[in-house]
Design a protein around this ligand. Structure first.
Ligand code: ASP
Length: 462
């Protein structure tokens, strides 16, 4: 009988079942349960997971857990130990190709499954990318550098500044484009931070991630990487962009402006949407198609401006009915210097908050209003309540997205203590964070009338 070591992580009833049928981890099996027959490969069990289930990987790539108590038979068909290490290969160099630098910060795109714990762990190494997506070598010469290895909830001002400085160094060295591998969850915060911290870039700065890890058949990692690397190498769009799936299928990616983009779905691969505007361009493996003309063009100088000063004592408050003033008061008492409110409708909060807002003004705290609706503008002149709040010092931020306003306020307060100056910075668009109007096809799914949507609409026009 095999040692427990070959039943990696299983214990109690699940272990007993596997032993009963001599089914070691990594065996290809057919398992009969009260619900039917399941065919797959037995995976190691996380040490912290329950003791009641046997986990198999189905041929579809998905993992399922089968309750051990209902397993009546396990037929072992064979066994091959799986190694999930991605092969490392040296990236080929061709002097005719553009040079792209990929800076890794972590997230699913730089991850593989850790079968000991069942968790997705960050594992970014330069040659791994080429090992898993060899097509990249047809596009450019790629160099990689791991700046961080974190899931994106752990990115913050320190990492934003570190990434901005690393971008500055690469531009100084003369790269043709930069790709930033990043977790998707807070990619739009980092995109906004880089849009303010890195100004006047001569080359594209393309953020990319993946919603599904590369061990899953539906992973978007490889295609997103190809699209982003192509954009960095070949496009003439010298802006901070987010490059992710456009439609739910893998037809093309969209390039979103760093200050107008937001993660809008927790699991769709097409989660990133441009809000209140249309994306900058579409990208496929063959070509890049601009959807608008007003973008910063590629240049051949190195005149980038890196400015990473950031005030961390800034908060974002999502208003909800019956919010009590103590929320604002506690920020005042904890020496916060800036507050962004995501208000209801055109930018409202309830009356009980007014005295706290007045106190914030007296304490020289910068308070800015954005809208929870995400689409549309703050309009504080429409109702008396809006006008009252402006008198209390609350400044409307037009159609700046709440997260972008939060990042911009931290950056603006990092530049100066003078609140008039801060206001000037906040209300002067730097990288498209405030626009004069929202195009009618920039609302919700329309995304600039890209083909998927056109096709959808045409079905109803006939
Ligand atoms: N939690 C992950 C992150 O944001 C998700 C992802 O990479 O898509 O880092």
């Amino acid at each position: 009988m095999a040692q427990n070591e070959e039943y990696k992580g299983y214990s109690e009833i699940a272990l007993q079942k596997l032993k009963e049928f001599n089914a070691l981890v990594w065996s290809d099996v057919e398992i009969t349960t009260d619900k039917g027959l399941y065919k797959g490969k037995i995976l190691p069990r996380s040490e912290t997971a329950d003791k009641l289930h046997v986990v198999i990987k189905l041929s579809s790539g998905y993992n399922i857990g089968l309750a051990a108590e209902f397993i009546s038979n396990i037929k072992v068909l064979g066994r091959k130990e799986a190694h999930y290490k991605i092969p490392e290969k040296e990236f080929p160099y061709d002097p005719k190709r553009p040079n792209v630098k990929l800076l890794g910060t972590g997230g699913t795109i730089a991850s593989r499954l850790d079968y000991r714990t069942g968790a997705v762990i960050p594992a970014f190494s330069p040659g791994e990318l080429y090992g898993s997506v060899p097509e990249l070598a047809d596009i450019c010469n790629l160099e990689t550098e791991k700046l961080y290895g974190v899931f994106s909830e752990n990115m913050g001002p320190e990492q934003w500044a570190g990434t901005a400085k690393a971008i500055g160094k690469e531009i100084e060295k003369g790269v043709h484009g930069i790709v930033i591998g990043h977790g998707t969850d807070t990619m739009h915060h980092t995109a906004a931070a880089l849009s303010f911290m890195v100004q006047n870039s001569p080359v594209p700065i393309v953020m990319v991630g993946s919603q599904r890890s590369s061990d899953r058949p539906s992973s978007d990692a490889a295609l997103n990487l190809m699209h982003s690397v192509k954009t960095a190498a070949e496009s003439d769009i010298a802006e901070v962009l987010v490059c992710m799936f456009g439609p739910t299928s893998d037809e093309y990616g969209l390039l979103h402006r760093g200050t107008r983009v937001r993660k809008m779905h927790s699991s769709y691969r097409s989660t990133f949407r441009t809000i209140g505007d249309i994306p900058v361009a579409m990208v496929s493996r063959k070509k890049i198609t601009p959807l608008r003309k007003d973008y910063m063009k590629r240049r051949y100088d190195k005149d980038v401006i890196i400015n990473t000063a950031f005030e961390e004592k800034v908060s974002i408050v999502y208003y909800y009915p019956n919010m009590k003033p103590d929320i604002i008061d506690s920020l005042i008492d904890n020496d916060y210097r800036g507050i962004v409110i995501a208000g209801t409708g055109l930018g409202h909060v309830n009356k009980p908050l007014y005295p706290a807002l007045k106190r914030a003004k007296e304490k020289n705290i910068a308070v800015y209003m954005t809208v929870q609706t995400l689409w549309g503008y703050v309009q504080m002149y429409v109702y008396d309540t809006g006008r009252d709040m402006m008198e209390l010092g609350v400044v409307p931020t037009a159609n700046m997205l709440p997260e972008v306003a939060y990042v911009k306020l931290g950056w603006a307060l990092g530049q100066t203590d003078n609140l008039d100056e801060v206001k000037k910075i906040m209300l002067t668009p730097i990288a498209g964070e405030i626009t004069e109007r929202e195009p009618s096809n920039g609302y919700l799914i329309l995304q600039g009338g890209v083909p998927e949507v056109e096709e959808f609409i045409s079905r109803y026009r006939k």
